[in-house]
Ligand binder design. Structure first.
Ligand code: SAH
Length: 358
């Protein structure tokens, strides 16, 4: 049993079962025993690999997309270049390298990173030796006096969700309580009507499970309000669907699925992103949202194939094989190409970022 399991058990003994969102928050970000505060999450030796860790091409193309969007909006001479949840800093480092030749871009960019984990901040600082980012615990302290160009890759899937199971008498919330043997276990609260889920009564039947992520919609609201006020855009890349449908809560350790309640703090916990909910939050804030687009299509439109061919010219043997495999992994529909999706947010008076349709 982990230290964190003991802490949560004592808490549940006192307060009763906790929501899945409280459980996820503690497991991922507990200051002493949380996953992101203690583990080497990312990369071949970690628990999962993200697109920028697979190939430099991902960050390069995103960088050029951001730079083009910045030029399309008149190249403002001061803007916040923001990444949410930068992990090891690989993506933002690739974005900065790819945009070094774009006249005026680096001069105008103020780097802001939203990162909850001090351990991750240290890795990010090491990946950006020539830059001086400002770190934020949350999006709430991001600048409000300049355009914001925001990138979020595999950030929203790490935000805490709640789960509700439909019942003839309303909804039963999935909670984390204690089994007879004192171990952490999934349970269900008593049924109650929940106004916020009324819109799901038409497309679900009793027994159906839906997920909500209030944290995610609050993040989008904060970003969208800044885009409406001062311009800029956001690119949200993640796995998920257009509509929350069913149980997508999962734990991964050492690149393998594990029981999410067995060793709290030792495994990565995620859920699929409900892009419709994020797009709706942006529209309510007065911002435009692009078509929901597969990552493979998005990267092809940005020119990943010519870029892959040009990088391949300098490679032979195993390095060439790895490069070809990375291109396929990022774009092929059987790999990340259609599992991962992209949503762009932008001012209603502007065009969507390159690679995305209005
Ligand atoms: N974008 C990176 C890493 C994704 S992993 C990549 O593509 O490789 C998720 C990142 O989000 C980690 O850096 C983690 O510490 C951070 N994170 C998770 N939950 C967070 C939260 N609630 N607030 C801020 N950062 C968070």
């Amino acid at each position: 049993m982990t230290e964190l399991a003991n802490i949560l058990r004592r808490q549940i003994e006192v307060t009763g079962p906790i929501t899945l969102a409280d459980y996820m928050s503690a497991c991922l970000l507990h200051p002493k025993y949380g996953y992101y505060t203690t583990q080497d999450a990312l990369g071949v030796d970690g628990d999962f690999t993200t697109a920028p860790e697979i190939s430099q091409m991902f960050g390069e193309l995103i960088g050029l997309c951001v730079a083009q969007a910045w030029m399309d909006q008149g190249a403002p001479d001061r803007f916040a270049l923001v990444e949410l949840g930068p992990g090891r800093g690989t993506l933002i480092a690739d974005i900065l390298r790819a945009t070094v030749q774009v006249p005026g871009f680096h001069m105008a960019a103020k780097l802001h990173l939203v990162e909850a984990s001090d351990r991750m901040r240290t890795l990010q600082a090491a990946a950006l030796p020539a830059h001086h980012p400002t770190w934020h615990d949350t999006v709430d302290s991001l600048p409000e006096d300049m355009p914001v160009y925001v990138i979020a890759n595999e950030f929203f899937d790490a935000l805490p969700i709640r789960q509700f199971q439909r019942d003839p008498k309303g909804w039963r919330e999935v909670v984390v309580g204690l089994g007879e043997d004192g171990t952490l276990q999934r349970g269900l609260s008593d049924a109650a009507p929940i106004d916020a889920l009324n819109s799901r009564l038409d497309d679900t039947a009793p027994g159906a499970l839906v997920e909500t992520c209030a944290h995610g919609t609050a993040v989008v609201d904060a970003i969208a309000r800044r885009i409406v006020q001062n311009g800029g855009m956001a690119l949200i890349v993640d796995y998920g669907g257009w509509h929350s449908d069913g149980d997508t809560f999962q734990a991964v350790r050492g690149h393998r699925p594990v029981d999410p309640f067995a060793e709290p703090g030792r495994a990565d916990l995620t859920a699929h992103v409900d892009f419709e909910a994020l797009a709706r939050a942006a529209l309510i804030a007065g911002c435009a949202a692009s078509q929901f687009t597969n990552q493979g299509v998005f990267l092809e439109r940005l020119g990943i194939t010519p870029r892959a061919q040009s990088l391949a010219k300098g490679l032979t043997g195993d390095a060439l094989d790895a490069h070809v495999a990375a291109h396929r992994r990022l774009t092929h529909p059987d790999e990340m190409g259609s599992l991962f999706r992209v949503l762009g947010l932008y001012p209603v008076t502007e065009s969507p970022p390159p690679g995305l349709d209005p």
